[in-house]
Every structure is written in structure tokens, then in C-alpha cells.
Design a protein around this ligand. Structure first.
Ligand code: G4P
Length: 544
């Protein structure tokens, strides 16, 4: 491939809208939630509407959360299925929807955070009974970092949940986002009667256990229509009138731009299991959710409408079956058109590569595809040449930014159990951390290798894979750290002094960035106070 002259980006001229039609019909998003809030159920209902599956229950096999954290092989067995369900592409009303799956199990949370770098918006499911939960908070933090537009679905309204006003207040306060109700519930639990659509002023009546798509929508002229009293009873009708007056006064009309900028989150109420309120959500989603947008690189902003292809790897999925030891790298297309068998520039390796069997993910099956456009996710067979954050282009050298690493929560020293296999161990741990299974830190001075993960399960994964794929055996020694903070300073001497004094608690990450390993919040706060010239960061960008 001729790469000459590509360092200067060519003028776009008339070609700028070449793929506009394809881009305009794509919406790439993820459904996220704390485990058990209803993500799988809602996903399934979306797929039913999109005609991608015919029966309820088809997505259930992707659930891995029910297992104890120690049973990682069982989880992996089930996760094998999830390559196909990692991305689900379906059409709904002429919109091509790429729904990116995120693991339910909290030990795979980092995978979820990275997937969020590849989507253009999210639907956040909240359990009306449990309200905002731990994982919800963290997921929302990741969305906020990137100003990702969020639509909230308050699920399980058929159960006796929190008061509707209280739940709004809780979400706004806990997730630090302004909400905008799109529908409004009439009671909850056994008294749940349905929702009032504040936008098109229709009433949607709830009947438990109806078949998918059996929704009962009633048009009412206005809230004073006596039909409302007939349908839901005088008391509830009066309450609804009062509620709506209050809401209209407070919220007014949704400004789509505020949603697109991640400032306001529209809220829907419903019951995913009963397929109630899902269609309203989907209809608004396809109307307001963002199409693929321009993205930043370390060199320049890449316009989504440029006709030259570019994309980045956000996830690598390894097959643990020894008979099929392949890896699939997930590529998010950011601009141009990706074509099968065409050479692309692998920026980090400075090498041109091509793919003869790229996959697209239509519902639950993988299909070899010939091309893909901005917003699409392509599965590439990988024999170890990719790591998370790698960028492919048509020759230009840049990296997409905004793909962060998060501080791990559990730290263990990697101990080599077989000195004859040191090389294998080093190669193995280097490749596994490239895949994003865990983070590797090397202690200053001592050269101790420290593995940081979000969940215990990852250590089991690492031990198993090192043994089976690299013939290296290891064990782990627990370390008393609770957080890794990446350090920067405008004063290099101060930083160097700090790292020297705190040698026992400092290390470098795989890219050579200095990191402080805090034993507790108290230590962390103390160090921050004592070292005002040093900045402590809880995330690190793979490419700055
Ligand atoms: P997740 O992917 O977020 O972890 O949640 P999932 O959809 O698996 O739902 C968790 C549980 O909540 C499931 O029950 C599911 O049936 C139930 N659920 C989902 N939506 C609703 C709803 O609107 N109302 C009520 N009452 N329940 C809902 P389970 O017993 O854990 O699993 P299963 O036996 O139904 O598969």
C-alpha cells in the first residue's frame, strides 16, 4: 500500500458526504445497569421489536451473574456464547441499531467501561425498587467523563417501588444529572395502571403478563377528558392531573440538544418483563439518540463524514476453549468505509494489515461482511497483534483518545512458580494485559510485578490462561493496596522525590507512567495534602 504523502490529511472536497446516508441511519448504543435491574430483559424486548429474535428467552443464555465468583470456568462457558451477543445489530423503522452488550458480572466491569468508549449513547436501566445502586453510580461516572447522552428507563414498575417523585430525586442527586420525565407512572406494584405519555399526551394502560407488543394505548384529548376517569378511576385520574401539572411546570419541553450534550437525561417508566413502556422508549430513542459523531485523536479531530476509514479496538475477546484458541478484536468504525481484504495501517505496529473474514453481528449470529461504516462494530480475527486502544487508519498516524484505564480495586503480586518458564510468564502476562484482562504495574526498584483487577475472578482467569496458553505457572500474593493513582506534576523534581521516598508504594504502568499505590483512603488523602505539586488521577488515558 502506498502510504506516501498521508501525513498531511487530504482536503475533503465534494466527498465529504459520501457516506452521509449510511451514517445518518445508524445508532450505536449500550444498555447498562446494576446487575438484576433488567438489562437483559430490556435488550430482549428491543430485539423482539427489531424482529431480530422471535421468542422471549433467547437472550437469557448470556446471563452469567448467577454464579459464585469462584466458578469462573462456568462463567466462561457461558461467556463463550456472548461473542455473538457482544454486538447485536438490528433494524427498527429504517434505523440500523448497533446494540453493544456489556457484561453483567461486576468482575468484568472494566470491559463494560471500555465498551462505553465505543457507543454514542446509553440507556440506563434502574430498578424502581432498589433505586440507584453501586454499579449504576460508577457507570454513570464513565458516561459523564465523555458527556455520553443517557436515557433512563425506570424498570419493574409492576413491583412496589419507591415513590415516583422520590426516585427522580434520588437519580438526580446520586447520579448528578438533570432528568426530564417523558412518561409518568400511575401508581406502582399491584396498583400500577400504566403511564401517561407527557410528550404526545396519550395514556398507556398496563395489563400484567400480556404478550409482547400487546400494548394498550388510549388517546385522550387532554387530561380533563372524562375518558381518563373511566379508564383509571377518579382518584388516580385526579392524582395524575395534579402530578402532570407539577411536572409540566418544572420541566417543560425536552430540549434535545441538552440531551445530546449529556446535560439532561429523558426518563421513561415501565416494566421490561411485561414489555410495557418499551416501545415508547425505543420510538423516542430512534428519534433523538445521536448518530455517530466526530471523534478526537492525539493529532486532530476526525470528522465522522470523512471518506477515509479509521477505527479503534475497544475490546478483545479470547476463546478459552483449547481447541479454538482464537481471539476476536472488536473494532469500532469511526469514519469512512471499512472493506474486507483491504490493507489498513496498524498505527502502533506501523504495519499494514488486512482482514479476509471480518464479522458483523446480526442479532445472534456472526456473518462475514464486506464493508462497514461509522458506528458499526466489526469483529476481527486476531492472533495477538492487537491491544486495547489500537487504531487502524488508511495511512495516517494518530490514535483515538478517550479510552481510559480505571484504577483497579484488587492488587496482587505475581509470583513465578517455575523459574524455567520465566519468559513464557512474561510474554503471557504482557499479552493478557494487552487484552485488558488486568493491569500490570512494575514496582520501582524492586521490579515486583503487580497485577491489578476489578474483581477476584480475573485472577483465576489469569492463572488458568497462563498455564493453559503459555505453560507458565504462577501464584498470587495479596497486597494491601486499595487504589492506583496515576501521577503527574508540573514540577518533575517533586515527582521524582515523591517516587523515591515512596518507593514501596510506587510503580510504573505498562506504558511507563508513574503510579502511586495507596493503602487506604486515609493514606491517599494524606499524600495529596502533603504533595500539592503532584496531581493524583484515578484514570489514565491509553493515548493522550
Ligand atoms: P440484568 O440483565 O440487569 O441482570 O437483569 P435481568 O434482565 O436478567 O432481570 C433480572 C430479574 O428481574 C429477572 O428475574 C427478570 O425476570 C426480572 N425483571 C426484569 N424486568 C422486570 C420487570 O419489569 N418486573 C419484574 N417484576 N421483574 C423484572 P429472575 O427471577 O432473576 O430471572 P428469571 O428467572 O426471570 O430469568
Amino acid at each position: 500500500m502506498d502510504c506516501s504523502g498521508l501525513s498531511v490529511f487530504p482536503t475533503f472536497g465534494l466527498q465529504i458526504m459520501k457516506y452521509g446516508k449510511e451514517i445518518n441511519r445508524r445508532k450505536t448504543f449500550a444498555i447498562i445497569s446494576h446487575p438484576d435491574a433488567g438489562k437483559t430483559t430490556l435488550t430482549e424486548k428491543f430485539l423482539l421489536f427489531g424482529g431480530a429474535i422471535q421468542v422471549a428467552g433467547a437472550v437469557k443464555s448470556n446471563k452469567i451473574k448467577k454464579y459464585a465468583t469462584s466458578d469462573f470456568m462456568e462463567i466462561e462457558r457461558q461467556r463463550g456464547i456472548s461473542v455473538a451477543t457482544s454486538v447485536m445489530t438490528f433494524e427498527y423503522k429504517d434505523t440500523l441499531i448497533n446494540l453493544l452488550d456489556t457484561p453483567g458480572h461486576k468482575d468484568f466491569a472494566e470491559d463494560t467501561y471500555r465498551t462505553l468508549t465505543a457507543v454514542d449513547s446509553v440507556v440506563l436501566v434502574i430498578d424502581s425498587v432498589n433505586g440507584v445502586e453501586e454499579q449504576t453510580r460508577r457507570l454513570m461516572e464513565v458516561c459523564r467523563m465523555r458527556d455520553t447522552p443517557v436515557i433512563v428507563f425506570v424498570n419493574k414498575m409492576d413491583r412496589d417501588g419507591k415513590n415516583r417523585f422520590d426516585i427522580l430525586e434520588e437519580i438526580e442527586k446520586e447520579l448528578k444529572i438533570q432528568l426530564h420525565p417523558m412518561t409518568w407512572p400511575i401508581n406502582s406494584g399491584k396498583d400500577f395502571k400504566g403511564v401517561y405519555n407527557l410528550h404526545d399526551k396519550s395514556l398507556l394502560l398496563f395489563t400484567a403478563n400480556t404478550k409482547a407488543m400487546d400494548e394498550d394505548s388510549v388517546e385522550i384529548e387532554n387530561l380533563n377528558d372524562s375518558l381518563l376517569d373511566t379508564k383509571i378511576g377518579d382518584k388516580d385520574a385526579a392524582q395524575l392531573r395534579e402530578d402532570v401539572e407539577l411536572i409540566d411546570g418544572v420541566y417543560g419541553e425536552l430540549k434535545t440538544q441538552d440531551y445530546l450534550e449529556g446535560k439532561v437525561a429523558p426518563v421513561f417508566f415501565g416494566s421490561a418483563i411485561n414489555n410495557f413502556g418499551v416501545k415508547e422508549l425505543l420510538n423516542v430513542f430512534i428519534r433523538i439518540a445521536p448518530i455517530p459523531r466526530s471523534r478526537e485523536t492525539n493529532v486532530r479531530s476526525v470528522d465522522v463524514e470523512e471518506d477515509r476509514f479509521s477505527g479503534f479496538i475497544f475490546k478483545i475477546h479470547a476463546n478459552l476453549d483449547p481447541k479454538h484458541r482464537d481471539r476476536i478484536a472488536f473494532l469500532r468504525v469511526c469514519s469512512g468505509r471499512f472493506e474486507r481484504n483491504k490493507y489498513y495501517h496498524h498505527v502502533r505496529l506501523d504495519k499494514d494489515v488486512r482482514f479476509s473474514n471480518p464479522y458483523s453481528f446480526l442479532a445472534r449470529s456472526k456473518d462475514v461482511i464486506d464493508d462497514a461504516y461509522a458506528g458499526d462494530v466489526v469483529g476481527l480475527f486476531d492472533t495477538g497483534s492487537f491491544k486495547i486502544g489500537d487504531t487502524l487508519t488508511e495511512g495516517e498516524d494518530f490514535y483515538f483518545t478517550g479510552i481510559p484505564s480505571f484504577s483497579p480495586e484488587i492488587f496482587k503480586e505475581l509470583v513465578n512458580k517455575d523459574p524455567m518458564k520465566t519468559k513464557q510468564l512474561e510474554k503471557g502476562i504482557s499479552q493478557l494485559t494487552d487484552e485488558g484482562v488486568a493491569q500490570l504495574f512494575t514496582q520501582f526498584g524492586g521490579n515486583k510485578k503487580i497485577i491489578g483487577c476489578v474483581g477476584e475472578l480475573q485472577f483465576e482467569v489469569i492463572q488458568y490462561r497462563l498455564l493453559h496458553e503459555y505453560a507458565a505457572s504462577c501464584e498470587f500474593r495479596t497486597l494491601p493496596f486499595y487504589k492506583a493513582c496515576w501521577l503527574t506534576s508540573k514540577n518533575p523534581d517533586k515527582l521524582e522525590d515523591f517516587l523515591r521516598f515512596k518507593q514501596q508504594y510506587s510503580a510504573e504502568d505498562k506504558d511507563g507512567h508513574p503510579v502511586y499505590l495507596a493503602q487506604s483512603e486515609w493514606f491517599l488523602n494524606t499524600e495529596r495534602q502533603n504533595n500539592p505539586d503532584i496531581e493524583f488521577h484515578f484514570t489514565s488515558e491509553i493515548h493522550k
